[in-house]
Design a protein around this ligand. Structure first.
Ligand code: MN
Length: 401
């Protein structure tokens, strides 16, 4: 029986720390609803003490969304913890999430605190949170650049205070997967009862690999952001972790309890409200994730999509019609035929050969073809004499662009 992993979905917190994003309260609520409806366990909704609008937005979500746990993060200061609890306490399910930097660099440069002081702040913050709720998670910011013995010391201390999840954080995206796996092993060996969440950033493009490795080594939860949003290069992308596990669940012996068919609608909602479109080649949700450009690939996909697609578009909520056969310089006749068929043309083999030549010639002069261009090529192929004149004069005018 595959182990079901949990999500600490942080699109509304780390994701909103993406430079350039600012959600209004109603927008945060709309996103929170979509995430809760997909089945994510805990929604990290924001940093309550950071300001009035953020506090109000978290409280609005807490009072409205009942089908997920609503969480606010907090620094290790009494006022932060109190404010975080205040923002989520009306929720059907609530949690708070204090954090503190543990690495020597952060302790010295950022906090100006000793190991002993940081340890004490972690301990007292979890204890304070526990006076409000049993759902107190704790994050060691910059865990992966922290002394090994200090990581264990802090984890032991917060566990003594009754912490629920401990987040091991690759805050700066520095870890390699096997290092992160070994870290999870070490913490679990020292504290067999620990519940670990993996917080991974993508500075080296390893966030998803690190998160999956942590899960394989016994972490029970992952922190993720939709569309790979988040500080700098972003967090482990929610859709990547979900579909990696769903697609390879037998080999990973893990699974997710998430409605994957809402991935595309949710991704698009977040892209619209954040104003940030995923890059075209972004896994799962990029515009090209199910598009085919090479003739050999296109021919394969048209015969049987499994030749070049490891997921079914329907499984992520992508309409079949949006699987794109790109007609470009490297594409093949099968794709052109399929494309023209959709535009209402039924060409015989000779006509198709002719249209194909016209398309390739046109692509020597134009970067990309519009529907109109394809129609023109098809018309010319079907009726060379009638279309020839119009086409030649058009082509001459576009060539100069
Ligand atoms: Mn982060």
């Amino acid at each position: 029986m595959a182990r079901i992993i949990k999500f600490f979905e942080t699109t509304l917190r780390d994701g909103e720390q993406t430079p350039g994003i600012n959600y209004f309260a109603e927008e945060k609520l709309e996103i929170a609803r979509a995430l809760a409806d997909m089945g994510f366990d805990t929604l990290d909704c924001g940093f309550a003490i950071s300001g009035e609008p953020e506090f109000e937005a978290i409280r609005l979500i807490a009072r409205t969304v009942e089908n997920a746990e609503i969480c606010s993060i907090a620094r290790c200061y009494p006022d932060d913890i109190d404010r975080a609890w205040e923002s989520v306490k009306d929720a059907a399910h609530s949690a708070i999430h204090p954090f503190i930097s543990t690495s020597p660099l952060h302790r010295e440069v950022k906090l100006g605190k000793t190991r002993a002081e940081v340890l004490e702040m972690a301990r007292t913050s979890v204890a304070r949170g526990r006076q409000y709720t049993p759902n107190v998670d704790f994050a060691l910011e910059d865990t992966t650049r922290t002394e090994h013995d200090f990581i264990l010391e802090i984890v032991g201390a917060v566990m003594q205070e009754g912490v629920r999840f401990v987040s091991l954080c690759d805050t700066v995206g520095y870890a390699l997967p096997w290092e992160f796996g070994a870290l999870v092993d070490d913490v679990r060996r020292e504290y067999p009862g620990v519940h670990i969440s993996a917080h991974c950033h993508d500075d080296l493009g390893l966030a998803v690999a690190n998160a999956l490795t942590a899960l394989q080594h016994g972490a029970e939860r992952v922190d993720t952001c939709f569309n790979g949003l988040g500080e700098r290069a972003g967090n482990a992308a929610t859709e990547d972790v979900v579909m990696a596990i769903r697609t390879r669940h037998e080999d990973l012996d893990l699974d997710v309890r998430v409605d994957t068919t809402k991935i595309i609608p949710t991704s698009r909602l977040i892209a619209r409200l954040s104003g940030m479109q995923p890059q075209w080649t972004k896994s799962i949700v990029g515009a090209n994730a199910f598009a085919h450009g090479g003739g050999i690939h296109q021919d394969g996909v048209l015969k049987d999509a499994r030749t070049y697609e490891i997921m079914r578009p329907a499984d992520i909520g992508l309409p079949d019609a949006e699987r794109r056969m790109f007609v470009g310089k490297l594409s093949g006749r099968a794709a052109l035929n399929a494309q023209l068929h959709e535009l209402g043309y039924d060409l015989d083999p000779d006509q198709l050969r002719c249209a194909f030549t016209l398309v390739k010639n046109m692509l020597g002069k134009k970067k990309t073809l519009e529907e109109m261009d394809l129609r023109r090529c098809a018309e010319t192929a079907v009726n060379p004499t009638a279309a020839a004149e119009a086409y030649t004069s058009e082509a001459a005018s576009t060539a100069g662009e």
